[in-house]
Design a protein around this ligand. Structure first.
Ligand SMILES: [Zn+2]
Ligand SMILES: [Zn+2]
Length: 277
């Protein structure tokens, strides 16, 4: 008799792997230099096990924008964002836990027209989410194709600099942290001034006055200053006044466009040793 297959989930990064009789030998997301295997070693779980003791919390951040995050924190700890538009709802970034309540609430809000994810650390259980919402397409930048641990027919690899998801919602490849690192521009956000949903492509930092740019956040690997300058030029061409980062409450409410440019200038100055210590 064949062994029962499970879709194993890495407990450190929350990535779900394809169904298999036994867990993978290692998590390729965590053995990459941008992540880590914790001191106790690699540990695996399943969606059913996570659902015991965890649940998802919802918060309305502004009209037609909801945060969705798992409590207590699981994996990396990001929260996803649900953007509602007249052309369908877009899930920005993803979290691992998908339970019946989450499906019922999102269905009541209109379901999902598409899932778009900033970078591989938040791919999580994207395939399970797609299947729960009529095989909603999952838009991933093609530059990060090799980091997909659970390939699926629902994944659409997009190429180039920008991609419209639905009218008023546009993805832009910014790069930096990952080659395919992306941000989402929501034109109707911030009372029509535009909101940028950034994951950790552009990391809102704890003071919420600046943003950061890193190759690895946990392992503190910086980006070359010329790469940050290039990212800032890409972001300068986008229209937004507010940024929603990857974590609960990590937002820049106003003047976020100027904050990005000031943050890139600060990064450049420190890289060249031009600031006082
Ligand atoms: Zn992992
Ligand atoms: Zn990341």
């Amino acid at each position: 008799m064949p062994l029962r297959e499970e879709s194993f989930v890495c407990m450190t990064c929350g990535t779900q792997y394809p169904p298999a009789a036994s867990a993978p030998a290692a998590c390729r997301t965590c053995t990459d230099e941008r992540q880590y295997v914790p001191a106790p070693g690699q540990r695996w779980t399943t969606l059913a096990q996570i659902a015991v003791g965890h649940r998802n919390a919802f918060q309305q951040l502004e009209p037609n924008l909801f945060g969705i995050g798992t409590t207590p924190t699981f994996g990396i700890g990001q929260r996803a964002l649900l953007v509602r538009t007249p052309h369908g709802n877009v899930l920005w970034d993803c979290i691992t836990l998908l339970d019946e309540a989450t499906i019922a609430i999102i269905t009541a809000l209109g379901g999902l027209a598409a899932i778009a994810i900033s970078h591989p650390h938040y791919y999580s259980s994207m395939v399970a989410w797609s299947r729960a919402f009529d095989n909603a397409p999952i838009l991933l930048h093609a530059a990060d194709r090799d980091h997909v641990m659970r390939p699926d027919a629902a994944i659409e690899y997009w190429e180039g600099a920008t991609r419209e998801v639905v009218p008023g919602v546009t993805l832009t490849q910014v790069g930096g942290h990952f080659a395919g690192s992306t941000v989402l521009q929501w034109d109707a956000g911030a009372e029509g001034r535009g909101a940028l949903l950034t994951g950790d492509t552009v990391q809102v930092v704890p003071d919420r006055q600046f943003v950061g740019f890193m190759r690895s956040y946990p392992n503190l690997i910086p980006l070359p200053p010329q790469e940050v300058a290039r990212m800032a030029a890409v972001l300068d061409a986008r229209r937004f006044d507010r940024i929603y980062g990857a974590w609960w409450d990590f937002h820049i409410e106003r003047d976020a466009h100027a904050v990005v440019q000031a943050s890139a200038a600060r990064y450049a100055a420190w890289s060249r040793g031009m600031l006082r210590a």
